[in-house]
Design a protein around this ligand. Structure first.
Ligand SMILES: Nc1ncnc2c1ncn2[C@@H]1O[C@H](COP(=O)(O)OP(=O)(O)O)[C@@H](O)[C@H]1O
Ligand SMILES: [Mg+2]
Length: 259
């Protein structure tokens, strides 16, 4: 549903510290932010600042040291299954075909095999990968593998996607085609997306809102509402307002990186 005014995710006062013997590593200072239903929200911040840690906490893989996370209006500690989480290094299972990899989220939810296969096929067809259904991951290009990993993420949960630098390792042209592919996926599934990148242009092109994180321990240092038309097109990056925003965000991140 594209309601737009209700929160999909509410993060309030979340902090994280890791203890290593007698030393404590502070990774997240109190973090507050919202992802509304149907929004595309991006976190951008210097490497090592705590972005993946924050995602692990939201996905329920890790626990915060303090603070609250509300998903779909439900406050709770059981968050597994309430998001589709694509970690920074998504591993496709090499012994499974593309369709069997995409089925994984359905397998985990004990959807009967026949039905799971049909659903996986539907996804593959809808998003242009039907011809690769029986291929093995090793035979695919890097861009294709990321598409398969994204559809597998959707099979875990299609309404809320947590995507941790999904395009970080791809070449520039492949990235451009995946940006458009992801925006199409997001719009046609009416999903809410929380996205991590350290690429400023990617953040501007994709997002409704950008949260800029400081160096570790991370805190939000800037909130930007991206006022560009939808559907987005590559050319929107050439608009004066985009170029200005790009320069501003780069300056902010350079300052953080230097600290
Ligand atoms: N399980 C853990 N135990 C101890 N330190 C961790 C753990 N996970 C992450 N860290 C530390 O937290 C910091 C932030 O890591 P991470 O969230 O991966 O950063 P980012 O994704 O922004 O690059 C790093 O210094 C990392 O070494
Ligand atoms: Mg990371």
């Amino acid at each position: 549903m594209h309601t737009g005014d209700t929160a999909k995710l509410l993060v309030q006062g979340v902090t994280k510290s890791y203890r290593d013997g007698r030393r404590t590593l502070d990774v997240l200072r109190p973090i507050d932010f919202t992802v509304n239903n149907g929004e595309f929200v991006t976190m951008i911040g210097p490497s090592g600042c705590g972005k993946s840690t924050l995602f692990n906490i939201i996905a329920g893989v890790d626990e915060p040291s303090a603070g609250q996370i509300t998903l779909d209006g439900e406050l709770g500690t059981i968050r597994a299954g309430k998001s589709g989480y694509m970690p920074q290094q998504p591993l496709l299972l090499p012994w499974r075909t593309v369709e069997e990899n995409v089925m994984l989220g359905l397998d985990v939810r004990h959807v009967p095999r026949k039905q799971a296969l049909a659903q996986a096929h539907e996804l593959l067809k809808r998003f242009g990968l039907a011809e690769f259904a029986r291929s093995y991951p090793a035979t695919l290009s890097g861009g294709m593998r990321q598409r398969v990993a994204l559809l597998r993420t959707v099979s875990f949960n299609a309404s809320f996607l947590l995507l941790d630098e999904p395009f970080g390792a791809l070449d520039a042209l492949t990235r451009i085609s995946l940006h458009m592919w992801l925006l199409d996926l997001w719009q046609s599934l009416h999903a809410s997306v929380l996205f991590i990148t350290h690429d400023v242009r990617e953040a501007i092109l994709l997002s409704d809102r950008i949260y800029v994180l400081s160096a570790r321990p991370a805190q939000i240092v800037r909130i930007v509402e991206v006022d560009l038309p939808r559907p987005r097109r590559q050319e929107h990056l050439a608009l004066e307002q985009s170029i200005k925003l790009e320069q501003e965000l780069i300056a902010l991140l350079m300052k953080e990186q230097a600290l």
